[in-house]
Design a protein around this ligand. Sequence first.
Ligand SMILES: Cc1cc2nc3c(=O)[nH]c(=O)nc-3n(C[C@H](O)[C@H](O)[C@H](O)COP(=O)(O)OP(=O)(O)OC[C@H]3O[C@@H](n4cnc5c(N)ncnc54)[C@H](O)[C@@H]3O)c2cc1C
Ligand code: FES
Ligand code: FES
Length: 1135
Amino acid sequence: MEGKDLEFAVNGERFKVNSVDPCTTLLDFLRLNTPFKSVKLACGEGGCGACLVILSKYDPDSDQVKEHSINSCLTLLCSVNGCSITTSEGLGNAKNGFHPIHTRLAGFHASQCGFCTPGMCISLYSALSNAPGPGGGLTVSEAEKSVAGNLCRCTGYRPIVDACKSFAADVDIEDLGLNSFWRKGDSKEAMMKSLPPYNHLLTTFPEFLKKKSVVTNVLDHSRYRWTTPFSVTELGNVLDESANSGGGSLKLVVGNTGAGYYKDDEEMFDRYVDISRVSEMLVIKRDENGVEIGAAVTISNVIDALKEEGSSNFKKMAAHMEKIGNRSIRNSASIGGNLVMAQSRKFPSDITTLLLAADASVCILNNRIIKKVKLLEFLDSPPILNSKQVLLKVVIPAWTADTGLLFETYRAAPRSIGNALPYANAAFSARVSNQTVDECLLAFGSYGGDHSIRAREVERFLTGKLLSHSVLHEAMCLLRGIIVPSKETSHPEYRKALAVGFLFEFLYPLIDNNNGHSNGHVDDPIESLPLPFLSSSQQVLESNEFNPVGEAVIKAVAALQASGEAVFVDDIPILPDCLHGAFIYSTEPLAKIKSISFGENVTPAGVFALLTFKDIPIHGQNIGSKTVFGPGPLFADELTRCAGQRIALVVADTQKHADKAAKLAVVEYDIKNLEEPILTVEDAVKRSSFFDVHPMFYPEPVGDVVKGMKEADRKILLAEFRLGSQYFFYMEPQTALALPDEDNCSKVFSSSQAPEYVHSVIATCLGIPEHNVRVITRRVGGGFGGKALKSMPVATACALAAHKLNRPVKMYLNRKTDMIMAGGRHPMKVTYNVGFRSDGKLTALELTMLIDAGTEPDVSPILPRNIMGPLRKYDWGALSFDVKVCKTNLPSRTAMRAPGEVQGSYIAESIIENVASSLRMEADEVRKINLHSYGSLRKFYKHISGEEDEYTLPLLWGKLEISSELKKRGEMVKEFNRCNVWRKRGISRVPIVHQVMQRPTPGRVSILSDGSVVVEVGGIEIGQGLWTKVRQMVAYGLGLMKCNGSDELIERIRVVQADTLGLIQGGFTAGSTTSESSCEAVRLCCVILAERLKPTVDQMMMEKSGSVTWNLLIQQVNVSFGFRTSPAYLRLHEY
Ligand SMILES: Cc1cc2nc3c(=O)[nH]c(=O)nc-3n(C[C@H](O)[C@H](O)[C@H](O)COP(=O)(O)OP(=O)(O)OC[C@H]3O[C@@H](n4cnc5c(N)ncnc54)[C@H](O)[C@@H]3O)c2cc1C
Ligand code: FES
Ligand code: FES
């Protein structure tokens, strides 16, 4: 049967599609086939919210439109047939006016790099749409939770949440933090009025879709099969037809959120059956026997239905389900999909645990026969996936409020709400009279077993028992034997302990305890306590002296970031002949590469080329990155030196094809006659495998440690701990676009913190002069150090492929490849001996540090200096250390947010805590005793210690004690801990020192003929607000001419992308000072421009009786410049 066109709307625009691979996600379609680029691909797993859109569905029976957010990275395009999609730029945009959500996020300073911001806007919009009451029914609590599923790596959630809360009906406007809408001292009324006005209207549902009739088959069926049955009978027919026509692979689809978890096993099926519209599977029915829930009902709808039930137990279930995924996932994810994943793929489900404790059953359709079985039986039966059985519904037996059943659920996850699968969960129901257990159901899940289980042995043991401490203890021991995580489970002991802890938490309050303690948790379950609201306050020191420098102005292009129109590298429109690259990386730490091929020796669809180090041009070099410590290779040569090392680049017609081909690549390795790889720092020590460290980066020891140790009353010897690695998690993965240009030139758009170095590496790799390369970086979607060195091979590989194939080549690393290659922060092993006196005064510290640097030097040789900087914040008496930068067969570690400094501070504090605990002293006391005097500061920091009056740490220490009421708070903490057995609190004050280092950065300021100003700087806008500060500085610098209208000058200044040929020696954007150096560069430009303009200003002042406008001045200068009479060239380039 010929299928009809798939038809839907995006931002009101009609789209008709007849031929599309059914695996195509909505995100793929939006990014590749529409101009709407606000949907960003960050994780592709439903875990970050960067790809959110609003899905609107029209119900012709009620003539109503329902809309909610969904993850476009998981939603399959075909499933939006007949729907309307709205993206962030569809809510509002630069041309038609921004939406108040955009302007409020901008005004509350809630967007830094901006990669996450369009998704935040959609979440907030969806929450506003679904709030009870027409527009404005949102409560503060709902507003705060509205972005719970959205990840932001830069901004910090307080300003984001403040922007969300500004829409809440019950907001106390004075609780909201710093923003650019109101001034200090404004009345509440004035504050309210100054917010961009908001009146919620649903998105407009296009009329052409309202008239569209429902169709079963869409797409050109000769190529692709996508079927949408509308009843169980139709579904049965589809399944029969598929079986009769020889079967073929078939996939049932509801929300397709399962693909977020099982991302790696994407495969193409012969037929897709969308069961999300089967009417019987969408029904929720209640009667005296219980509640029946159709398997295709979304988790959001299940939650709403359970909340409406009389029994509080259902409400507890609903509350637990609200912690599943995030709102947009729950809007698409079906209850049936969850159960089937748990049954067939060992998915760590929350819902199966809840339903087991409720003694639920399920109905299965198998060969037209419907069978009802207990959930446990279903979970224990062979996987139903691929057997073409369909889960039709879930049946929860009646649960009335008066049955006296106790029901509780438990869940421990890395985050309490928002996108975190549980380490373990549990749900218990029990009937207990006079402390005797009459009956109980104890369900546990997600701890690493095959699926959720009932602890039957414990149930049997408890039934009929009078609850006591010994009974509880025995039950817990029994349970420890039952909860057995499988071998591959992470943190198995922790999960076991959690499960046992849940049982304890449930039963303990039922025992007659008269010990006078509150357990602070069982009596007052933390889960049921509303989370305290986030609140924020910022202090802005106001001074008009350098106006507008230092003013909390709106970030440059913040609204554009919110609407999603701000262009990142992957948003640059590409030419039709653009190719795409994906890396094939090594899976062996040390091996010879014998061959690279594709499975069954068939070149995968769309593949154009496979490039290795052999494809480096004859005059070029195999180089993919460089620092002063040396280069790193672009590709492994005959030998791979770490798992994750780049071996080759597959170039294909689409990114999907390139990624798929890279996955299919088969690399043959040979490890014969090779040494064992070095995989630990201990191995590196055994084999003396170290990187050299220049004395410049190796501080000197202080004092005589042997003497210091002798002066000690107490010692801790050979204490040891390890620090792990850390991934950057920039929201925008590594990406680049290379365009071959005339005369053997290459133009590369790179998301990099160091375009100057990207430029130089590309030129060296291609063997062309540096003036043949141009690297352009407009903005970076988060860097944190990861887009410095690690961006270089991505851009270089693209440039190499573009050079070789003479076609544009783009790369957008998928998150897995990105994470495998990233290297991240340096892990290390620390061993120390510390001597101290009984009063807490330190006398000597001897440290040994083994830093795992990985396979290339990268920036690792600076680590000893970076670690020892903050570590010397205390007067250790004497200090000696041995730091080894170990070369191992692991991906090279790189600069990651305060590289070395975080570790240095951690090591210092960890030793202080250890000393304090061995002396049974407060750590705060030990810190205070060991803060430097100016004398010891000079001993430890030498020439960088500054003047005596510049050493303010002890002063700040004292001030903080008073301003924070530290002592009073400490007493409150002690009192709380005395009264609470299970919940504990703490308070701590920690000093931090940071050595500020400035690097010169170029800047150029050009005044155009209409008086607008364009500014270029070497520093890159990575979300830190560099452009905003630069604009402010230029406005200040040019404002010194005191022309009329100078106040508005900032609006006429645009900072533009960094271009490595336009402005050379841009350097690294790192070390927290590039904004300041960029500002200084443009300030110097402005000083000279002002000098040049001064004669004209003076003359005009005389002629115009002391009043000159900026526009007139520039007009005048241009006129005279046209006749070459003015000395005022309006462009200045400075360092
Ligand atoms: C970011 C994220 C976070 C999550 N967090 C949690 C969590 O904290 N706790 C938790 O329990 N779950 C969690 N989940 C899992 C989520 O609940 C499931 O992905 C979802 O319920 C699956 O439903 P779906 O409609 O999207 O199924 P789909 O993805 O469409 O289908 C999943 C599988 O089940 C099959 N299938 C679907 N319905 C049926 C049916 N009726 N009969 C037979 N086969 C069927 C499909 O063929 C497919 O193989 C999370 C998921 C994501 C993406
Ligand atoms: S949730 Fe879709 S990209 Fe992260
Ligand atoms: S602003 Fe949120 S990730 Fe950068």
